[in-house]
Design a protein. Structure first.
Length: 129
């Protein structure tokens, strides 16, 4: 009888622990950038790193898009960088953070594209790999 009770309690403990472990925390969206009308880019700033460059940074086209007609293209100047930067947002209190992109990125031969994040409001940047 003791052995049956011990097995029964062990089974309940295992099932309870599995149930507790399987509970997932709710997903909280802390920032959502939509490049769709009517608002256009909600919170994007763009700039060249070469001072005095007057070529438009990013232009809205319909060449490639996830949700037509929204697509952004950059005109690159030699030895320059064109930055596409969103507003700052906090992920404080989240154990895991997931960045999800619903955009197409086509990079021409010889050029590079990076996704970088900052945890000090843009003073320093870390490139995601």
């Amino acid at each position: 009888m003791k052995q049956r009770l011990r097995r029964f309690l062990t089974a309940i403990a295992l099932v309870s622990s599995w149930a507790a472990m399987s509970q997932t925390s709710p997903i909280t969206i802390v920032f959502h950038e939509k490049f769709d009308p009517p608002s256009g880019p909600d919170s994007v700033t763009t700039f060249h790193t070469t001072p005095g460059t007057t070529i438009p940074y990013w232009n809205d086209t319909s060449a490639f898009s996830v949700s037509a007609p929204n697509s952004y293209h950059a005109k690159i100047v030699p030895f320059d960088s064109v930055i596409f930067e969103t507003d700052a947002f906090a992920t404080t209190g989240n154990i895991f953070v997931r960045l999800q992109f619903d955009q197409i990125c086509k990079v021409h031969f010889g050029q590079q594209a990076y996704v970088r994040v900052s945890n000090d409001n843009g003073a320093t940047w870390t490139r995601l790999t």
